[in-house]
Design a protein around this ligand. Structure first.
Ligand code: AMP
Length: 303
């Protein structure tokens, strides 16, 4: 039974960090998200790839129980993203974005997909996010959205429209400041809740994450890692852990939301240990449980 639907990019990424370089490897927001979330719950993916998309990538997602019934394979080339990180791994510099088959992507959800109770609108054109939300049969139990500078700048009014209809926003710190037009992150998070969502999760890379929910703040650190190779996908993997855990619980009171934030950090901490989805591919449930415990030790005050 799949509880969680994601719409977003499935990509071939070329990435350079101070620790190495990869070309045309598996990437995309929906890919990282669905792979991470599938450790917790059944996931349905809606997106598009071109005819050049390597079949082994599809196989990998299928083997991880991601339902690809909403992934259209169309004539043309797959979405490509090229990015680079300097010593400050918190900031990705986009060198090239080729939308390719994504440029005229029209998501068409099947009847079964339209009844999924949890929905994640990954970082794509806000008009498509709105379109998917409107295709749902009834209002999902929980709707979350991610976005980025590209859309905050280019499609602000459509973004504000969809923001008014979601429960949770996951966004990185620079983009939260940009969206709110406010340099102070606390004020920026408050301003974003004023745009509609009851919960804002601000992802802060190696500084962890900040959540504002129903007026109350909660923070988690990032796991202190000595080997960080590639931060690409950390944000989407974070969202996958967060939403996957929420969907598995089927509810989202304060305690569940806080634990979900820790699971988001746990999943992101693995992704950055290798390029593409390499670390996630080797990841076990046992390792997730151990790092969750390590997180609890990390933030415990007594004893
Ligand atoms: P993050 O989790 O924020 O590091 O997201 C990284 C992923 O976002 C990469 O795998 C890219 O393929 C994907 N991506 C980059 N730019 C865009 C865009 N404009 N639209 C959709 N996906 C993107």
């Amino acid at each position: 039974m799949a509880d969680l639907l994601v719409v977003g990019s499935v990509a071939l990424d070329s990435v350079q960090t101070p620790f190495g370089k990869v070309r045309e490897v598996l990437g995309g927001a929906a890919t990282y998200f669905s792979f991470a979330a599938s450790f917790f719950t059944g996931v349905r993916l809606v997106g598009t790839v071109g005819e050049d998309f390597p079949p082994e990538h599809l196989q990998l997602l299928r083997e991880h129980r991601v339902d690809l019934g909403g992934l259209q394979q169309r004539p043309g080339r797959t979405f490509r993203w090229t990015g680079e990180y300097g010593y400050d791994l918190n900031e990705a510099k986009t060198l090239d974005t080729q939308l390719n088959v994504f440029a005229d992507f029209k998501p068409a959800l099947s009847d079964t997909f339209r009844s999924t109770p949890f929905l994640f609108l990954a970082n794509i054109d806000p008009e498509l996010q709105l379109d998917v939300l409107q295709q749902m049969k009834s209002r999902p139990v929980l709707v979350a959205l991610d976005t980025m500078n590209f859309w905050i700048q280019g499609k602000r009014s459509a973004l504000l429209q969809v923001l008014g209809k979601v429960d949770v926003v996951t966004i990185n710190d620079a983009e939260a400041r940009q969206l709110a037009g406010e340099p102070n992150l606390v004020k920026a998070a408050r301003a974003i809740t004023g745009m509609g969502p009851t919960t804002v999760v601000v992802k802060r890379g190696e500084y962890g994450a900040l959540m504002l929910s129903e007026g109350t703040f909660f923070v988690v650190p990032a796991y202190p890692l000595e080997t960080v190779y590639d931060p690409t996908g950390a944000g989407d993997t974070f969202a996958g852990g967060f939403m996957g855990y929420l969907a598995a619980q089927g509810r989202f009171d304060r305690g569940v939301l806080r634990r979900a934030l820790v699971y988001g950090s746990v999943m992101a901490s693995f992704t950055v240990e290798d390029f593409s989805l390499e670390r996630l591919k080797r990841l076990t449930r046992q390792e997730i449980a151990e790092r969750y415990d390590a997180f609890q030790d990390l933030i415990r005050l007594e004893g």
